[in-house]
Ligand binder design. Structure first.
Ligand code: AHR
Length: 503
């Protein structure tokens, strides 16, 4: 089967915001405890953070990490996580039916962010709490010494403000499962007043208001319209979440799901535009897609804990999805979608980062390893930086449940004019046909291929586990060649590829 992809240097979408390669860490299961934090681990640093995990995270070059939740944040007291560790209270976490020791709080998380060289993106509790705690939290994090909260921060070991710019105004407030769930009007009013108050402290904060938890919510997309009517001028981003699953065990439908993601983004972009027009505003709100991933492998084993039959365990194994090769293809398609929608998606966070629906897994006292989905995320984060190209793709397609004529090739192109590189990410969704693909290069001059990575596997169900950590890994591709103004490459059935050219 043949595919043609035209890449013209002047047909661009937008400069990709590096923050679309962000991640998310929640106080949930073993994401924090025995995930990033394990003082007894042989690789632990002076803050009790696992060095082996720091290395795997650092390799990903993640620009920002959202914290501390998630559903957890909606009943969280940030003050529980400051001050001497031995005096911190153990609380019941109502979101995940577990205990929270608070051994890790904002200071420990900040030190970890420094160690992995990333920025903090903090979520405020607008579920069980409200405006006053929000303002206190922001002042504690960013306020000057010589004021109550700044001085308390200094007493707790940190004189200089943390200088956190990105603030989420609550989490999934449209979801009936959320502690303190609200209607769009109730939430919109609260978010608007909170934004106004935080801006009185610092106009330069980047504020993120909650959009829908997924595009199947009954309130979507009216939720976004109403919330933006309340908050439009005072926020910078509206947050969207989406998780993908193949419970139906239908690979063709599964791999088409990024079309649903694409429609979701397009719909909210239109909603933003409608509110902008209604308000005669010059301000443009962007999308923060701050939770996305595959999530379905783990649900059965989580039922007991979430149902409360195990009491209130501390850091149990929860949401520990073991990803397979099929999920590599899915994550590749999702990341391609964010690149193609980089005009409006300015932040995105893989959810989550360690142990909990995560690209990195750990064993207490033992190894840390890369799940299958680590690799497409790694390649996109490292090399998907620059300007997104508006590719013209010609390729046969198939009809899926969520969209018709889904092209067998899913491709994204990124031009980094400073580095002089052109990078393509491509997924072949066909299970039996190789795609003989020509990337028609226009306006780039002489091009040479200098890196080609491929992921294929005989079994879609293949996984990387503690005892077989490298069953699914990338390898060097062969056969990619420049012919005239074209890059020719064969994409094997069910494959993920990254091709890098010097231009
Ligand atoms: O990432 C897991 C959970 O998914 C988050 O806590 C919540 O925001 C979403 O529903």
């Amino acid at each position: 089967m043949k595919a043609t992809v035209v890449a013209n240097k002047d047909f661009t979408i937008a400069k990709i915001d590096d923050r679309v390669y962000g991640a998310f860490l929640e106080h949930l299961g073993r994401a924090i405890y025995t995930g990033i934090h394990e003082p007894d681990h042989p690789t632990a640093d002076t803050h009790g953070m696992r060095g082996d995990v720091i290395k795997l995270v650092k390799d990903l070059n993640i620009p920002c990490v959202r914290y501390p939740g998630g559903n957890f944040v909606s009943a969280y007291n940030w003050e529980d996580g400051i001050g001497p560790v031995e005096q911190r209270p153990t609380r019941l976490d109502l979101a995940w039916h577990t205990s929270e020791s608070n051994r890790v709080g904002i200071h420990e998380f900040a030190a970890w962010c420094d160690a992995v060289d990333t920025k903090m993106m903090l979520a405020i509790n607008l579920g069980s709490r409200g405006l006053d705690e929000a303002r206190n939290f922001v002042e504690y994090i960013n306020g000057p010494t010589g004021s109550y909260w700044g001085d308390l921060r200094k007493t707790n070991g940190r004189a200089a403000p943390f200088d956190v710019k990105m603030w989420c105004l609550g989490n999934e407030m449209d979801g009936p499962w959320q502690v303190g769930h609200k209607t769009a009007d109730e939430y919109g009013r609260l978010a608007s007043e909170t934004a106004k108050t935080l801006r009185a402290f610092d106009k330069s904060l980047e504020l993120i208001v909650c959009g829908s938890s997924n595009s199947d919510m009954k309130t979507y997309p009216e939720w976004e319209r109403v919330v933006l009517e309340h908050t439009y001028e005072s926020v910078d981003h509206i947050s969207l979440h989406m998780y993908f699953n193949n419970r139906a065990k239908n690979t063709a439908n599964y791999l088409a799901l990024n079309h649903k993601l694409d429609t979701y983004i397009a719909t909210i972009e239109s909603t933003i535009d409608i509110v902008k027009a209604n308000k005669r505003s010059k301000h443009k709100v962007a999308i923060s897609f701050d939770e996305w991933n595959v999530w379905y492998h783990s649900n059965a084993q989580d039922k007991d804990i979430l149902g409360g039959t195990k009491g209130w365990p501390h850091a149990p194994r929860l949401l520990e999805d073991i990803y397979n090769f099929e999920d590599v293809l899915q994550v590749g398609c999702i990341l391609n979608t964010f690149i193609r929608r980089s005009n409006i998606v300015k932040i995105a966070c893989i959810a989550q980062l360690v142990n909990v629906i995560a690209p990195i897994m750990t064993e207490p006292k033992g190894a840390a390893w890369r799940q299958t989905i680590y690799y497409p995320y790694y390649f996109a984060s490292l090399y998907g930086r620059g300007t997104a190209l508006n590719l013209a793709v010609t390729c046969p397609g198939y009809d899926a449940d969520c969209a018709d004529n889904v092209s067998y090739i899913d491709a994204a192109g990124v031009h980094d004019s400073d580095a002089g590189t052109l990078t393509f990410f491509a997924v072949n969704r066909h299970g039996t046909e190789t795609l003989d693909t020509e990337f028609n290069l226009q306006g780039f001059g002489k091009a040479t291929v200098f890196e080609h990575k491929v992921m294929t596997h005989k079994q879609l169900a293949a996984t990387n586990t503690l005892h077989n950590q490298t069953a699914v890994v990338p390898r060097d591709g062969t056969g990619a060649r420049i012919e005239g103004a074209g890059l020719r490459v064969s994409l094997p059935p069910y494959s993920y590829q990254m091709l890098r050219l010097k231009v």
